[in-house]
Design a protein around this ligand. Structure first.
Ligand code: HDD
Length: 763
C-alpha cells in the first residue's frame, strides 16, 4: 500500500482546477491500478460457503444495477415467514395467556405484522399524486450524433429501457382519473450513461413563467384549505381567482378548458417536455430542442358529460385502460418528435423560448420524428414501482443540457427535494425502480435505508489509499455543463435581477393562436368548459375578471361565456402588460387541433357494446363478435342482467356485462341487433334509452339493424345532422346488408367521434 501511495507524490490535477483557460479541459482523475484491498481468495474460502457473506464483489462492479429480477419476489410454493425468515406456524391467532386470557407482549410475530402495517403508507406526491405506470423501451430510428451525444440517440435501432408514469396533477392519490386536468407524462430512460428523466405533461405550456409561483398556483388549484373541497377539480374560487390575476396563465387555461384536459386514454394523448432544452454533440456544439411524444393511436378525448359520468362508474378508467391494453398485448406506442432550432432563430421570434407559457408552432419548426416509445410490461407491484418511482428534472445525461428557463431552474431543485420527504431520505436512488443501470460509484455514503455495502477504507477523493478510485471522468467522458447558455444580448448582463425579459410580458397571442386553431366544435367545448367552471365560482368579481381576460383572447369567446353566465354588459378588456408586442409569426396552427392527429385508422382496443335480450337475431351477433374481434376491438354482449339470453334462432348468449355495471358511456361504440320480440321490452326501458342516448350524445358510432331502429326513435335520435346531412356515425341497415354495414361501422369506429351531431357550433 505504501508503495502505491508513494506512487502519487502529489496531486497532479490541482493546477487544472484554476483559471478559465482550463474550464474546457477537465482531466481524467489521477489513478493507479488499485491494490487488491479486498480479502484474498484464500482468506475468503471459508466464508464463501456462507450465502449471507457472499463471494468477493467483482472489482469495479456495483451489483445493485442489475436487472429488477434481483428484487422480484415470487411466493409460489413458499411457507409464510417473518421479516427475519422465521417460519410462522399459524397466521390466525395472537399469542394469549389462555384461550380467554390477555394477549402477550412477547408475540413478536403479531407485533411485527401490525407494526409493518401501521407504517405502510408514505406521503403522496404534493402534485401528480394519482398515477399509473408501465415499463417499456425507447427505440431510436436513426443516429442523431450530429446533434447530440446522448446515449439513447447514438445509433439507429438502439433500445433504451424506460419506465413511464402518467398522472393527473391536482387530485389526491385516490381521486378520479377523468377529472378535467393536465396529465403528467414522465419518462425515465435507464441509459447506459445514467438515468435521464423527461418529466412532461400532455399540454405543451404551463400556468406560470417562474418556479417561484409554483406553490401559489398549486395551492390555488388544490382543494381550498378551509374545507378541503373540491377534490380533483379546478372549478372553484381560488383557482380562478389566481389565474384571473395571472394573465400569463391564460394560454394554459385555454388548453385546460379544451378536450385535451379530458383524454380518452393515456394511450391517446400527446406528451410534451414543455421547456426548451439543449442537445449537445461530441464536439460540444449545442442546439435548442423541444420534445414531443405523439401517440400512434392519434389524439382522442372524452366529452365533458361523459368524463363526469365515467368518474362515477369507474374512477380507475385510465388506469384500467392502460393496464388492460398492455395485458392484451396491445402495447401503447408513441413517437418522439424533436423541434430542433438555433439560438439565432429563437432570438428572431416574437416570443421567448425560455418562457414556458409559449409553444413553438409546428408550422414554424416542424417535428423531426426520431424514435418510438413502446410500453410492453405492467409493473409487478404498484407501490414498489409506480409509487416509489422518483422522477427528477435534474437527472440528465451527457448530450442533454438545460436552458435558462426560470421555471425549469426551480424544477431542477424541487424534484430531488420532494423525494427526500416522500421517500424518506437521500438514498431514494437505490430503490430498485430508481436505480440506474449504468454503474454507480461515488463517495456518497450512509443516510436512512442505505442498500449499498461499500467496501474499503476510502470515502473521499482525491485519495491515494484506493489508488485514486473512483476517479473523475474528465471532460472526455463525463457530464460537462454547456458553457454558453444564451447568445441573446440580454443574457450578457450579469447583474443579479429579479425580473423577466420583455418578451415574457406578452400573454395573449398564443392563447389566441390556440383558440383560433380549434374546430368550431372544439371552440364550443372550450366555451362550455369556461361556462361550467366559472358558474362554480361564487365571487362575481372573479368571473368578471376572467371575462375581461378572455376579451384579449377572443371577443367572440368572451361574449359567449359572458352571455351564458348572465352578464348584462361586458367588462373592459384586461389591461395588457406588453405595450407594443411583436407581431406573431403564426396566427393559426392547424396542428394544435385534436383532430390533426387522428391516428393509424385502426379500431384496436375499442370497446364495443352489443345490446342483447331474449329474441335478438342470433346469427348476426356471432358474426359481429368474430368480425370486430378480428379487427382488434373488444366486443361485449350487454344485457339487463348477467344471465344467459336466448336468440331468435334458439342460440344461447351469455351477457359479458350489464347496462348497470357497464353503462353506455363506458363503451366506444354500440351495436343494436335485430329482433322484434326483444325490442318491445327494451324500447320502454329507461336504462336502455339512457344507454343509447349517451352513446349518441357522446358522438359515438352506432350500428342499428332492422327493427332495432325503434330503440333510436325511443331515445329521440334522428339520422340527420343539424346541418341536414346524413350522420356517417349512425349506420342503419337490414340484415341482408350486413357486410356493407359492418365495413361502414368499422370505418366510423376508426373515426372515433362524430362531432357533426353537436348542435351548438356557433362560437
Ligand atoms: Fe412538476 C411532479 C410535470 C412544473 C414540482 N411534475 C410532477 C410530475 C409531472 C410533472 C409529470 C409527476 C412525476 C411522477 O410521475 O412522479 N411539473 C411538470 C411540468 C411542469 C412542472 C410539465 C412545467 C413545465 N413542477 C413544476 C414546477 C415545480 C414542480 C415549476 C416546482 C418548482 N412536480 C413538482 C414536485 C413533484 C412534481 C413537487 C411532486 C412529486 C414529485 O415532484 O416527484 O417536485
Amino acid at each position: 500500500l505504501n508503495e502505491m501511495c508513494a506512487g502519487m507524490k502529489y496531486n497532479p490535477m490541482k493546477s487544472s482546477e484554476y483559471g478559465e483557460k482550463n474550464a474546457d479541459k477537465i482531466p481524467e482523475g489521477t489513478h493507479l491500478p488499485p491494490p487488491s484491498r479486498l480479502p484474498t481468495a484464500s482468506s475468503l474460502s471459508e466464508m464463501n460457503h456462507n450465502p449471507k457473506v457472499g463471494t468477493n464483489a467483482k472489482q469495479g462492479h456495483n451489483a445493485t444495477n442489475e436487472s429488477l429480477d434481483r428484487v422480484r419476489v415470487d411466493d409460489t410454493g413458499c411457507v409464510l415467514t417473518t421479516n427475519q425468515g422465521v417460519k410462522i406456524a399459524t397466521n390466525q391467532h395472537t399469542l394469549r395467556a389462555g384461550a380467554r386470557g390477555p394477549m402477550l407482549m412477547e408475540d413478536f410475530i403479531m407485533r411485527e405484522k401490525i407494526t409493518h402495517f401501521d407504517h405502510e403508507r408514505i406521503p403522496e406526491r404534493v402534485v401528480h399524486a394519482r398515477g399509473s405506470a408501465a415499463h417499456g423501451y425507447f427505440e431510436s430510428y436513426e443516429s442523431l450524433t450530429q446533434y447530440t451525444k446522448a446515449a439513447p440517440f447514438k445509433v439507429k435501432g438502439k433500445k433504451t429501457p424506460v419506465f413511464v408514469r402518467f398522472s393527473t396533477a391536482s387530485g389526491e392519490r385516490g381521486s378520479k382519473d377523468t377529472a378535467r386536468d393536465v396529465r403528467g407524462f414522465a419518462v425515465k430512460f435507464y441509459t447506459d450513461e445514467g438515468n435521464w428523466d423527461l418529466v412532461g405533461n400532455n399540454i405543451p405550456v404551463f400556468f406560470i413563467q417562474d418556479a417561484i409561483k409554483f406553490p401559489d398556483v398549486i395551492h390555488a388549484l388544490k382543494p381550498e384549505p378551509h374545507h378541503n373541497m373540491p377534490q380533483a377539480s379546478s372549478a372553484h374560487d381560488t383557482f380562478w381567482d389566481f389565474v384571473s390575476l395571472m394573465p400569463e396563465s391564460t394560454h394554459m387555461v385555454l388548453w385546460q378548458m379544451s378536450d385535451r384536459a379530458i383524454p380518452r386514454s393515456y394511450r391517446t394523448m400527446q406528451g410534451f417536455g414543455v421547456h426548451t432544452f439543449r442537445l449537445v454533440n461530441e464536439a460540444g456544439e449545442a442546439c435548442l430542442v423541444k420534445f414531443h411524444w405523439i401517440p400512434k393511436l392519434g389524439t382522442h378525448s372524452l366529452v365533458w358529460e361523459e368524463a363526469v359520468k365515467i368518474a362515477g362508474a369507474d374512477t380507475d378508467f385510465h388506469r384500467r385502460d392502460l393496464w388492460e391494453a398492455i395485458e392484451a398485448g396491445e402495447y401503447p406506442e408513441y413517437e418522439l418528435g424533436l423541434q430542433i432550432f438555433t439560438e439565432e432563430q429563437a432570438a428572431s421570434w416574437s416570443f421567448d423560448v425560455l418562457d414556458s407559457t409559449k409553444l413553438i408552432p409546428e408550422e414554424l419548426v416542424p417535428l423531426k420524428i426520431v424514435g418510438r416509445l413502446v410500453l410492453d410490461r405492467n409493473p409487478d407491484n404498484f407501490f414498489a414501482e409506480t409509487e416509489q418511482v422518483a422522477f427528477c428534472t435534474a437527472q440528465i445525461i451527457p448530450g442533454i443540457d438545460f436552458t435558462n428557463d426560470p421555471l425549469l431552474g426551480g424544477r431542477i431543485h424541487s424534484y430531488v427535494d420532494t423525494q427526500l420527504t416522500r421517500l424518506g431520505g437521500p438514498n431514494f436512488h437505490e430503490i430498485p425502480i430508481n436505480a440506474a443501470i449504468a454503474q454507480v460509484h461515488n463517495n456518497n455514503r450512509d443516510g436512512f435505508h442505505r442498500q449499498e455495502i461499500n467496501r474499503g477504507r476510502v470515502n473521499y477523493e482525491p485519495n491515494s489509499i484506493a489508488g485514486g478510485c473512483p476517479f473523475q471522468a474528465g471532460s472526455g467522458q463525463g457530464f460537462s455543463t454547456i458553457k454558453k447558455r444564451l447568445a441573446h444580448k440580454e443574457a450578457e448582463s450579469h447583474d443579479n435581477v429579479r425580473i423577466h425579459p420583455e418578451k415574457f410580458a406578452e400573454h395573449y397571442a398564443q392563447a389566441r393562436l390556440f383558440y383560433e386553431s380549434q374546430t368550431p366544435v372544439e371552440k364550443a367545448h372550450i366555451a362550455d368548459a369556461f361556462r361550467f367552471e366559472l358558474s362554480k365560482v361564487t365571487v362575481p368579481a372573479i368571473r368578471e375578471r376572467m371575462i375581461s381576460s378572455l376579451l384579449n383572447v377572443s371577443p367572440k369567446l368572451a361574449e359567449r361565456v359572458a352571455k351564458d353566465l348572465g352578464f348584462e354588459k361586458l367588462p373592459e378588456p384586461m389591461p395588457k402588460a406588453a405595450e407594443a408586442p411583436a407581431k406573431p409569426e403564426i396566427v393559426v396552427s392547424p396542428m394544435l387541433s385534436l383532430g390533426a392527429r387522428p391516428g393509424d385508422g385502426s379500431i384496436r382496443m375499442r370497446k364495443i357494446a352489443i345490446l342483447v335480450d331474449d329474441g335478438v337475431e342470433g346469427k348476426s351477433i356471432s358474426k359481429l363478435v368474430t368480425t370486430l374481434a378480428a379487427a382488434g376491438a373488444i366486443p361485449r354482449l350487454v344485457g339487463s342482467r348477467l344471465r344467459t339470453y336466448k336468440g331468435a334462432g334458439g342460440e344461447n348468449f351469455i351477457a359479458d356485462a350489464t347496462m348497470e355495471n357497464s353503462p353506455g358511456f363506458m363503451f366506444d361504440a354500440l351495436v343494436l341487433p335485430d329482433g322484434v320480440s326483444a325490442l318491445k321490452a327494451l324500447e320502454k326501458d329507461l336504462h336502455t334509452q339512457d344507454f343509447v342516448r349517451d352513446q349518441y350524445w357522446h358522438f359515438k358510432p352506432i350500428l342499428a339493424f332492422g327493427a332495432s331502429k325503434a330503440l333510436l326513435t325511443a331515445a329521440q335520435i334522428s339520422p340527420n345532422l343539424p346541418d341536414g346531412s346524413i350522420d356517417p356515425g349512425l349506420i342503419l341497415a337490414e340484415a341482408s346488408e350486413y357486410d356493407d354495414a359492418i365495413t361502414k361501422f368499422i370505418l366510423a369506429v376508426a373515426q372515433h367521434r362524430h362531432f357533426g351531431r353537436e348542435r351548438d357550433q356557433n362560437v
